[in-house]
Write a protein that binds this ligand. Structure first.
Ligand SMILES: [Zn+2]
Length: 94
């Protein structure tokens, strides 16, 4: 069975109506802001999705913290949590 898609925005929790936004889990405006901040901290939606798919509670926790920091516009924290998520997920680039 397919996992039910969220009908609220992951970033601002507002209800989503557009099928594309529902699939993305974010409204258009939030998706743009989100990817802008991801670019600032040197990552991408693709990498976050890759990290989010890793079945590891430690990685999942860091990814959750990255999303929360971005939501709160705490870019420096987001960068720190991203580094921890990469490290925990074995995606460290250093
Ligand atoms: Zn939103």
């Amino acid at each position: 069975m397919e996992k039910a898609l969220s009908t609220t925005c992951q970033i601002c929790s507002r209800p989503l109506s557009d099928p594309k936004s529902i699939k993305n889990g974010k409204g258009d405006v939030c998706a743009k802001k989100f990817s802008g901040i991801l670019g600032t901290i040197g990552t991408s939606v693709e990498e976050i999705n890759t990290l989010a798919k890793i079945d590891d509670p430690v990685v999942n926790r860091w990814v959750h913290l990255v999303a929360r920091a971005i939501k709160a516009r705490q870019v420096r924290d987001a960068a720190r949590f991203l580094a921890a998520a990469r490290h925990a997920g074995g995606l460290s680039r250093s």
